[in-house]
Design a protein around this ligand. Structure first.
Ligand SMILES: Nc1ncnc2c1ncn2[C@@H]1O[C@H](COP(=O)(O)OP(=O)(O)OP(=O)(O)O)[C@@H](O)[C@H]1O
Length: 870
């Protein structure tokens, strides 16, 4: 420093300059000192230790301690701490083990680590105490507490963290509304509250915060219509409200949000045509999938890179303007009623990587010499009405997962219907390319000619000819058969092994992918203490399930299955490859497997048998059925918990039906496959595996078309094809009944002779109360119960075509949870009403206890309009 000052004076600088120079040097020295110190004051270290205590079970071994140098902890995918000088400025804790790599786990262990992601919260967890503790960090700019199982209402005092720029508490169990005081955090740029159970009208008031750039509210219960106030979010670059209860038209004013780069309104109930979004020049990702938008194809900006419009009601032909989408790499327009022949340029867009045109009304012939973009990796044109020869490139394309089954193309590869089937059906639907129009015309002419020729004796020969043409026996028109009796039956294994995710609409529920692991039997023996009885956690009809501790301390479930033939086991293994790729918050992750061939000899004769060990995430709280009754000192689940569990599992099923290519149907759903993790969050297990017939017990619904069920005619086959999701819907209905009854329903056969139980439960005047689980009577709102019973009844109607989709079912259940929450604040007053409810002799009177007394509540008044049910 002295040398620097001398340097200043030696250059003959003035006295004032000399002082300025000294100051600069002093500041530099201080900065240097601060950087060296870089340790938190005691009050902040204590705060972090307190947070550790709050977010972990008290029995867990503490990892942080008084000597931990928090500012020097290495960042990992589930912990990031940043200090500026001697104050904490960023705290991120992500408590989901699926997000931690093995390597990171090891690093965490050796480096002093961070909060263990698998630990559940202590029973006395209080979000208020947590926020009080956070207030010891006045300079906190970033706070991310994700997947930690936190519950309660977000406290108003969160706004006292006034320096926050990022607030992310997604994937927790928060309820209630967003605290209005948040608008006081004037610099807040990112607000992420996804995957909670927050409710209320869409929070337009947040637009008063001009700083807000990212607003992520997906997977909650927000409701109401989006209106023009949306345009007041001037600086928004990312808006995600997928999987909520929003409805009505998408307002045109959305197009004034010029900074928008990411927009997801997927899986709500938006209707009508999408507004013109061409003006959104910064928009890169647009997800409007899973609504009821249509019939027009939306006008979109050409700079988009990902467009998801699947499962809507689009029914026009694709616009020519799509050829200008030079940056598009994902286009998902599956599950609409789009018509005509898909234009050849679509397959050859320069950046296109995923093109999903499945389940539309596309018809006509794809050019034989069609070319595919070099960047294409997934192409799905299945379940349309395409005819003609298969484009040559479909046979030669390598590195492209290609799906074209259930069309009527001229090929023996992937199952096809007859050309007549496609042309006639396309004509019936009034759709089609020039070729279909031509066929249609031929038919019309033929009919007319047949009539005319009947009158003209001289043309008898022609009449006969034409009449023959007119009377194409419907049954001889081969429709694509329903091949999906097993989960993936009929789909070539090479396609299965290539199956990928398409729908990014689910991305917030989807966890990172991991590698399938082939385990050594030795490893599993060590993990389970040689499959000791003490490690046994359950037994199904096909094998035993053990709890195991792997070397890296991961707790896993190991399901032991025996097979008589190698082929049967191979079928399982192929499907495990697919299932391993799936990661969803409400699906139990398959981590890998181990297969073994065992040779034994009896009387000098050798026998081979095969064993498969499926390794998956361990769910610490058993299956849903075990929580419906008092067991081992555990209280039975109350209504809201039951609803939350079935909604969670339903989301997993919905993902299997709509978020995976090819979709996964026929999941042999049972209540015992809904397992609860250590946070009591439900996850579905046992999905997507082949149905193994043991015996046709009451607990198994054989997929239609399996052995013993008559062969289907073509019409029926087509009907099944279109309603492949409905077997799961039926089974899910039975699960809904079980959470109401508290015991398995007696109706499990899809075509029951006697459905009196269901009828008694769903009759108009209300259910017979004696049938309802006494543990929930009084704790569930009547409207909520009635909604669940109504939708369960619809799920279980005999005719699969009349059953609702999983999306409809979820919509109703979310509504049921919402009305339950709004009438069921646990207050003294409520307890009184509950008593009153329990004493009320008739259903109608009980219903009144809830409705009449509650309808005046402010909350209830402000509650959502009910936009109609399935
Ligand atoms: N991943 C898991 N984590 C914790 N427990 C599990 C797990 N998978 C299964 N279990 C336990 O093992 C029991 C048996 O499971 P399994 O899947 O073999 O049969 P099931 O679902 O009860 O019936 P089924 O034989 O019809 O499939 C379950 O009820 C559950 O309690």
């Amino acid at each position: 420093m002295t040398r620097k000052m001398a340097a200043c004076s030696s250059y003959g600088l003035s006295w004032r300059l000399y002082w300025a120079c000294s100051c600069v040097v002093l500041v530099a020295a201080l900065t240097c000192y601060v950087n060296v110190v870089d340790a938190l004051p005691r009050v902040q270290s204590d705060g972090l230790l307190k947070i550790q205590e709050l977010l972990r079970t008290p029995t867990a071994k503490a990892i942080w301690n008084i000597d931990t140098d928090f500012c020097k902890l290495p960042p990992t995918s589930h912990l990031y701490i940043n200090c500026t000088g001697d104050t904490l400025t960023y705290l991120r804790i992500v408590g989901d083990k699926n997000m931690v790599t093995e390597k990171e786990k090891r690093q965490l262990g050796s480096a002093g680590g961070s909060l263990g992601p698998k630990k559940s919260l202590p029973s006395n967890f209080s979000v208020n105490t947590l926020v009080d503790t956070l207030l010891t960090f006045p300079d906190l700019r970033g706070l991310e507490l994700v997947s930690l199982g936190m519950w309660g209402s977000l406290p108003e005092k969160l706004s006292q963290l006034s320096s926050l720029q990022t607030l992310n508490v997604s994937s927790n169990l928060f309820t209630g509304t967003i605290p209005k005081s948040l608008h006081k955090i004037t610099g807040l740029g990112t607000l992420a509250l996804d995957n909670n159970a927050l409710a209320g009208i869409f929070p337009y008031w947040l637009s008063a915060m001009s700083s807000i750039e990212t607003l992520s509210l997906s997977d909650n219960f927000f409701t109401g219509e989006l209106n023009d106030s949306i345009s007041s979010f001037k600086n928004l670059s990312s808006l995600s409200v997928s999987n909520n209860l929003l409805y009505g038209n998408i307002p045109g004013s959305l197009s004034s949000l010029q900074s928008l780069q990411f927009l997801s309104l997927a899986h709500n109930r938006f209707t009508g045509n999408s507004p013109n979004l061409e003006n959104l020049r910064s928009l890169k990702t647009l997800n409007l999938g899973g609504n009821s938008l249509g019939p027009g194809f939306p006008a979109l900006g050409t700079h988009l890179t990902s467009v998801y419009l699947g499962q809507n009601k689009l029914s026009e032909s694709l616009p020519d303007s799509l050829k200008d989408f030079g940056e598009l790499h994902t286009l998902d327009i599956s599950g609409n009623a789009l018509a005509d022949t898909p234009p050849a340029f679509l397959f050859n867009l320069p950046r296109i990587s995923t093109l999903n045109l499945a389940r539309n009304h596309f018809s006509g012939v794809l050019p034989l010499n069609l070319t595919l973009s070099k960047s294409l990796s997934v192409l799905d044109v299945s379940n349309n009405f395409l005819t003609g020869q298969l484009p040559l490139v479909f046979l030669s394309a390598r590195n492209v997962a290609l799906y074209y089954q259930n069309n009527c193309m001229d090929t023996l590869k992937q199952k096809q219907g007859s050309k007549e089937y496609c042309t006639i059906t396309a004509a019936k639907l009034g759709i089609g390319s020039s070729e279909v129009h031509h066929s249609h015309l031929v038919l019309i002419i033929a009919v007319a000619a047949a009539g005319g020729l009947c009158l003209t004796v001289g043309l008898c020969g022609v009449v006969l000819l034409m009449a023959r043409r007119c009377s194409i026996d419907k049954d001889s028109v081969a429709a694509p058969e329903d091949r999906n009796f097993g989960s993936f039956r009929g789909i070539p294994s090479e396609l299965l092994s290539n199956a990928r995710y398409l729908s990014q609409s689910m991305r917030l529920g989807v966890l990172p992918q991991s590698q399938n692991r082939v385990f050594a039997l030795e490893e599993l023996k060590v993990a389970t203490n040689n499959f000791s009885p003490g490690a046994l956690v359950g037994e199904g009809r096909h094998g035993k399930v053990y709890k195991g501790l792997l070397e890296d301390k991961t707790v896993v479930a190991i399901k032991w299955l025996n097979f008589k033939s190698k082929e049967d086991m191979a079928e399982y293994k192929t499907q495990l490859e697919v299932l391993n790729k799936l990661r969803h918050r409400h699906l139990v992750s398959v981590l890998g497997y181990c297969s073994e061939e065992v040779t034994s000899s009896v009387d000098d004769e050798e026998f081979k048998s095969f064993r498969l060990f499926i390794v998956s995430d361990f769910m610490g709280n058993g299956d849903l059925r075990s929580h419906l009754s008092k067991q081992m000192g555990k209280e039975p689940m109350v209504w809201s918990q039951r609803l939350a569990a079935v909604i969670a599992a339903g989301r997993g099923i919905h993902y299997l039906h709509t978020g995976v290519v090819p979709p996964i149907f026929y999941n042999n759903l049972k209540i015992t496959s809904i397992l609860l993790d250590s946070y009591m969050v439900a996850q579905l297990s046992d999905f997507g595996l082949p149905v193994r017939r043991v015996s046709f017990s009451m607990d198994v619904v054989a997929p239609e078309g399996k052995a013993g069920v008559p062969k289907l005619n073509h019409e029926e086959s087509l009907r099944r094809q279109e309603h492949r999701d409905k077997q799961d819907v039926y089974d899910y209905g039975a699960i809904l009944l079980e959470i109401v009854l508290g015991r398995p329903p007696t109706i499990r056969n899809p075509f029951p002779q006697k459905r009196s139980e269901l009828e008694r439960l769903t009759k108009e005047k209300g259910p017979s109360m004696e049938l309802i689980d006494k543990d929930i009577v009084g704790t569930c709102g009547a409207e909520s119960l009635a909604t669940v019973l109504e939708i369960a009844g619809k799920c279980m109607v005999d005719d699969p075509t009349r059953r609702p989709s999983m999306e409809d079912v979820l919509w109703n259940l979310q509504y049921a949870l919402q009305v339950h929450s709004s009438v069921n604040d646990v207050t003294d007053e409520h307890d009184l009403r509950r008593e009153e409810f329990q004493k009320a002799p008739s259903f109608t009177e009980r219903k009144r206890c809830f409705y009449d007394n509650r309808v005046s509540d402010e909350d209830w008044k402000a509650g959502p309009k009910r936009p109609g049910r399935a």
